[in-house]
Design a protein around this ligand. Structure first.
Ligand SMILES: Cc1cc2nc3c(=O)[nH]c(=O)nc-3n(C[C@H](O)[C@H](O)[C@H](O)COP(=O)(O)OP(=O)(O)OC[C@H]3O[C@@H](n4cnc5c(N)ncnc54)[C@H](O)[C@@H]3O)c2cc1C
Length: 236
């Protein structure tokens, strides 16, 4: 939590103009053959002096492998314990009128003792921060509720009522555009120190991802960097 607060305090949260997919596309744009993208892996296992990988395009041999799938897919490729994950739902509304919050993420912590007073944990008029996310003159509002009882059961009506309280405006003419349910949105982050080193699923199989560091894009980037360093050391 402190790490996230520090990041929000020292940096400026941002959104790519063309959506989050722009981020992996930018990372991938610098890659060339023999790198293969979009190739599902079926199995990865230790072999003599390296690893054997079975993909949908056929078998591969390599000197080492880094498994960087999300926590919920770890059991598909390794025998490691599956990290706990948490789910969330994201609601997208076309607002009638402009909420007066500006380009800020609104966190509701108004419940006595902490947490939100209603089902919405955070919300923003996202097109105020990223105008390309809505047609000119329109306002796109996002709201996040947690998956699981009781928040996950919140209805559109309850979410809109909560948004009316948070923004101090009527929301009865807001239009629901999309409702995304993401069961494994983030790995759980239990308290205590984190061993950020890549896990091992074999002599030459490293395991990394945000579940090894912190549940965030920056956590995934840190985890990837640590795994790359360890792979380099492994290969001498
Ligand atoms: C709705 C939502 C909002 C979020 N908002 C933020 C935010 O504002 N800021 C932030 O920092 N983080 C945010 N996150 C978290 C962030 O997206 C993750 O922490 C990050 O994407 C984790 O990166 P990763 O590389 O570890 O795993 P992933 O991004 O899950 O990448 C794993 C990849 O492995 C692939 N894969 C799985 N199985 C196989 C297989 N068998 N063969 C080949 N490939 C496979 C998957 O297709 C996927 O592309 C959000 C997450 C969600 C769901």
């Amino acid at each position: 939590m402190r790490l996230l607060l520090r990041s929000f305090a020292l940096g400026a949260p941002g959104l790519p103009r063309r959506g989050m997919q722009a981020l992996p596309e930018q990372l991938a744009s610098g890659l060339a053959a023999p790198v293969r993208l979009g190739t599902p892996v079926r199995t990865v296992r230790d072999a003599r002096r390296g690893v054997e990988v079975l993909t949908d395009d056929g078998p591969l041999r390599a000197r080492a492998a880094i498994v960087a799938v999300g926590a919920q897919h770890l059991a598909d490729l390794t025998d490691l314990p599956v990290p706990e994950t948490h789910g969330l739902t994201t609601w997208w509304f076309r607002a009638a009128g402009r909420p007066r919050t500006g380009p800020f993420l609104v966190l509701d912590a108004s419940r006595p003792g902490g947490g939100p007073a209603g089902p919405v944990w955070n919300t923003s008029a996202i097109s105020e921060a990223a105008p390309s996310y809505a047609p000119a003159g329109e306002v796109l509002v996002h709201a996040t509720t947690l998956l699981g009882e009781p928040d996950g059961a919140a209805t559109e009506r309850e979410v809109l009522r909560d948004l009316a309280r948070i923004y101090g405006t009527r929301t009865d003419r807001w239009q629901l555009l999309a409702h995304h349910v993401v069961p494994h949105a983030l790995p759980a982050q239990p308290p205590g120190p984190v061993d950020r080193a890549p896990a091992r699923a074999g002599a030459r199989i490293l395991v990394t991802g945000d579940h090894r560091t912190t549940a965030s894009i920056q956590g995934a980037l840190v985890a990837g960097t640590l795994a790359a360093r360890e792979a380099r050391a492994l290969l001498g």
